[in-house]
Design a protein around this ligand. Structure first.
Ligand code: NAP
Length: 304
């Protein structure tokens, strides 16, 4: 039995672990993959304070984990298949059917890449369709790739891929980009990147591997084929809250509702990071949420 169980090992979960462990709680982080969550698949993080030249996402993830472990937090690698959050003891069931129990829980469940839902996307996943430029970009050295989306992830991915791909096409459904001004400027200045707006992808072409993507003008019916070897889809994220949807209050889009101290609708259950209803989803805000959630957990356990 732990004092505190943290589900998710992204910046929110790892920072919560650091604060919980330093707050004297026996703490376990349950993480199904590599630590870091989406941060772990970000090539360069330029807006996390303290790194004037930026830091690679996986590097920052390993540092956050090492810091939490240094203060006594344990990290256990497994998929959590079920969570029982009501009552005095919070229980997580792991893939091998073993259980982890704790007196309180911090949900740092993160978010996962949104799908376009078009023909070819699922069929050619891993055969040219990818949701992670950092993971798969190297397969496309000297090849032509398309990136779909207009946010920080899409523009950051386009810049990253332009380092080794022959050419990068970014496809966005509006002329204005949601991504930070500095990234958009860099993208527009990069001769290896062609900006295709306003277009929406209609289907992904290819039998064995991706050969292109059909684009339709956002306001019209006209379509054209954009030939490419790889397609990186970066059209936002959805909260990974399926495990807890019957147990804590969620908003209409599935994000966890918390108060300012990161307390959810259920006693002894706190939440942090991208899975929460919030106005900004960045590494720094996820880390701040994690700190607040753990501080609340420490305080909550003190009077029990
Ligand atoms: P995002 O900001 O939600 O952007 C998603 C993009 O995909 C938008 O441009 C959106 O178009 C487009 N889109 C959504 N659904 C689409 C569809 N069905 N078809 C075509 N296009 C579609 O997602 P994100 O870029 O992954 O970023 C998520 C969060 O992480 C943001 O808060 C972002 O700032 C943060 N982030 C930060 C950094 C960094 O600062 N280093 C890096 C990566 C991510 P519209 O613009 O028309 O809605």
């Amino acid at each position: 039995m732990f004092d505190c169980m943290i589900i998710g090992g992204g910046p929110a979960g790892l920072t919560a672990a650091l604060y919980a462990a330093r707050g004297g709680l026996s703490t376990v982080v349950l993480e199904r993959g590599m630590p870091g969550g989406q941060m772990g698949t970000t090539h360069l993080v330029e807006n996390y304070p303290g790194f004037e030249e930026g830091v690679e996402g996986p590097d920052l993830a390993m540092r956050m984990m090492a810091q939490a472990e240094h203060f006594g937090a344990q990290v256990r690698y497994s998929d959590v298949t079920a969570l029982r959050l009501e009552g005095k003891t919070k229980t997580a069931t792991l893939l091998d059917e073993s259980v982890v129990q704790a007196r309180c829980a911090i949900l740092a469940l993160g978010a996962s890449p949104r799908k376009l839902g078009i023909e070819g996307e699922e069929r050619l996943r891993g055969a040219g369709v990818s949701y992670c430029a950092t993971c798969d970009g190297a397969f496309f050295r000297d090849k032509n790739v398309a990136v779909i989306g207009g946010g920080d992830t899409a523009v950051g991915d386009a810049l990253y891929l332009a380092r080794f791909a022959a050419h990068v096409h970014i496809v966005h459904r509006r002329d204005a980009f949601r991504a930070s001004h500095i990234l958009v400027e860099r993208m527009r200045e990069n001769k290896k990147i062609t900006v295709n707006t306003p277009y929406v992808p209609v289907d992904i072409q290819g039998t064995e591997v991706v050969t292109g993507v059909t684009l339709r003008q956002a306001q019209g019916e006209e379509t054209q084929l954009l030939a490419c070897d790889g397609i990186f889809i970066a059209v936002g994220n959805d909260p990974q809250t399926a495990l807890v949807k019957e147990q804590v209050a969620l908003d209409a889009r599935g994000y966890i509702i918390t108060d300012a101290a990161m307390q959810t609708s259920l006693e002894g259950v706190f939440a942090a990071g991208d899975a929460c209803q919030t106005s900004l989803r960045q590494i720094v805000t996820a880390a701040a949420d994690g700190a607040k959630a753990a501080a609340s957990a420490v305080e909550w356990l003190m009077v029990r």
